[in-house]
Design a protein around this ligand. Structure first.
Ligand code: ATP
Ligand code: MG
Ligand code: MG
Length: 549
């Protein structure tokens, strides 16, 4: 096995363990329950849970639910399902909203230390006093209120005495700081809004910066890992911890995962759902965990992908081809092989006896897995092959079927095409072929070598299924960086449905948790939502990278 070098966060952790700063580590995964998790979150989950597993310790699942307006219980449930499905177990299930009382007490502490004040300025006035990155800001006229007055006003804010937006609590730091986040940031606002957990108990809510670091600290999180956009917040994160004299959690930043041919922000994904570009959050074309699951991705393949992309310090755009490579690698090992014809052309074996379905052939479920079983495949006088596997006037090197040509039918016999039968309009309706009885797979004594092998199904035994073929959701690599609206770049042909495909009878017993390779067609799984009266298969990925550049 190859030795993997440490990523920069592992280096920091190993140093902290070696120096005795910590004996074990605590990390957290802190989603805001305002949407479904996507593959970017999977990167963060694998990183946080992976580190505590590797170094001893644990990971909390903490819902960062300080914004009452956008958060919903539906999202909480989906997030828990997705983390579990990815294969991780959290130690504690926590909610930032459970800390509202403690956070309020922290705010009182800052006020008592003369480090926070109630500001009656409007949001516009506060923005105007902020200054610019090159010019210092201006002190608010309310900056020097007495501690007593601040305590009283803040308590009245909590008691519901004031309307939304009329006052805020601000940290008193430095209006000339080169870091704009340090220019007396707002830490509490008034919002008379119903919260998904605390209901109407609160009408003031802490800002993200005042909740996040303190929540980490309350939980004794040792390494708080977030994405690069939080670098400018780190100074403030540490300022609160220092001034409150609480457990010194430390923040570390890595580059967020971006993938080609999709978008990753929850706001944009929500638009795709609401404006019906996709069916739902778990539409198999979505980069959400639930969409990937419904598409047939395995947790193993997603973890492998997150592992392979590593932990970067600079923003980058990862080729979705790598994700597809990872799922192909895994499915090749676990998928059951089956034959399914999407666009049938009938073949009549003229020299085959009339006893339809009497002959059972044998095919291995998975040649990659020595422990895998075999399945029986009925052969018959009438078969379906793929219409595109026959050409009347083939070009050179066409190794499939043509008049006078020979192919092997997988797990069966070599056949020779004698004649293409046509209707009055000249369309080919069926092929008349002869088979070579001594060429049976596994006991072939015919001495004939053919180049092409085709998949097929026996007409009389075939079952039908719907098959959904998915393509990229967007036509361009990075829809978010293009001119105009990202939705202008949607691929209108991202879903192609084969309403009636013909499958070998073994698929009658297809199971939700099984994966299939349809020979020569790709990897497929049953659709978990639409399979009931009929079978519906989703294509997870093609067999090879066929994306035309
Ligand atoms: P979005 O911009 O999609 O709404 P977010 O960062 O607001 O994402 P959160 O629910 O706050 O979403 O994210 C939970 C955790 O997952 C955070 O620690 C965040 O940094 C991390 N995360 C979110 N998106 C990505 C990504 N694309 N790559 C890596 N980590 C991510
Ligand atoms: Mg966030
Ligand atoms: Mg967000």
């Amino acid at each position: 096995s190859e030795e993997k070098s440490l990523n920069f966060i592992e280096e920091i952790i190993e140093e902290d363990l070696k120096s005795g700063k910590y004996n074990s580590i605590i990390t957290r995964f802190p989603p805001e329950p305002n949407g479904y998790l996507h593959i970017g979150h999977a990167k963060s989950i694998c990183l946080n849970f992976g580190l505590s597993k590797k170094y001893g310790g644990y990971t909390n699942l903490r819902f960062d639910d300080t914004n009452p307006v956008t958060e919903e219980t539906e999202y909480v449930e989906s997030i828990k399902e997705d983390v579990k499905w990815l294969g991780f177990e959290w130690k504690n299930e926590l909610f930032a909203s459970d800390y509202f009382e403690q956070l309020y007490a922290f705010a009182l502490t800052l006020i008592r230390k003369g480090l926070a004040y109630v500001d009656d300025s409007s949001a516009e006035e506060i923005a105007a006093m902020k200054g610019t990155p090159t010019e210092p800001g201006k002190d608010s006229p309310f900056r020097n209120r007495s501690i007593e007055e601040n305590l009283q006003l803040f308590e009245e804010m909590r008691a519901g005495k004031y309307p939304d937006g009329s006052r805020v609590l601000r940290a008193k730091i430095d209006m000339a700081s080169p870091n704009m986040h340090m220019r007396d940031p707002v830490i509490y606002r008034i919002k008379h809004a119903h919260h998904h957990r605390t209901a109407d108990k609160w009408c003031i809510y802490p800002m993200y910066d005042f909740a996040h670091g303190q929540s980490d600290s309350i939980e004794n999180v040792t390494h708080s890992i977030c994405t690069l956009e939080f670098i400018p917040h780190r100074e403030l994160y540490e300022w609160f911890i220092n001034k409150l004299e609480i457990f010194p959690s430390r923040q570390y930043e890595f580059a967020r995962l971006n993938l080609t041919y999709t978008v990753m922000s929850k706001r944009k994904l929500l638009q795709l759902v609401q404006e019906k570009y996709v069916e739902s959050w778990d539409d198999p074309r979505m980069p959400t965990i639930s969409g990937l699951r419904r598409r047939g991705y395995t947790p193993e393949s997603i973890r492998d992908f997150c592992d392979r992309i590593g932990v970067a310090k600079r923003e980058n755009l990862i080729d979705v081809g790598l994700l597809e490579f990872c799922v192909r690698e895994h499915l090749n090992k676990v998928a059951l092989r089956r034959m399914v014809v999407f666009d049938p052309l009938k073949v009549v074996i003229t020299n085959y006896p009339e006893t339809q379905g009497a002959e059972m052939l044998v095919g291995e479920d998975n040649p990659e897995d020595p422990a895998s079983a075999n399945r029986e495949i009925p052969f018959g006088k009438e078969l379906y092959i793929e219409r595109e596997d026959f050409m009347e006037n083939p070009p050179k090197k066409f190794f499939r079927l043509f008049p006078g040509g020979m192919v092997r039918l997988k797990h069966a016999y070599i056949i020779k095409c004698d004649e293409a039968i046509k209707d009055e309009a000249g369309n080919i309706t069926e092929l008349h072929c002869t088979y070579i009885p001594e060429s049976k797979s596994g006991s072939d004594t015919s001495g004939i070598n053919v180049k092409g092998t085709l998949h097929w199904v026996a007409v009389q035994n075939a079952i039908t299924a719907e098959v959904r073929l998915y393509d990229r959701l967007f036509q361009v690599e990075d829809p978010s960086s293009e001119e105009g609206d990202f939705k202008d770049y949607i691929n209108e042909n991202s879903l192609q449905t084969v309403t009636t495909a013909y499958a070998e009878p073994a698929l009658k017993n297809a199971k939700m948790n099984e994966r299939y390779q349809f020979l020569r067609k790709g990897y497929f799984t049953l659709d978990t939502k639409d399979t009931y009266a009929r079978l519906v298969f989703n294509r997870t990925v093609t067999l090879k990278d066929t994306w035309a550049k």
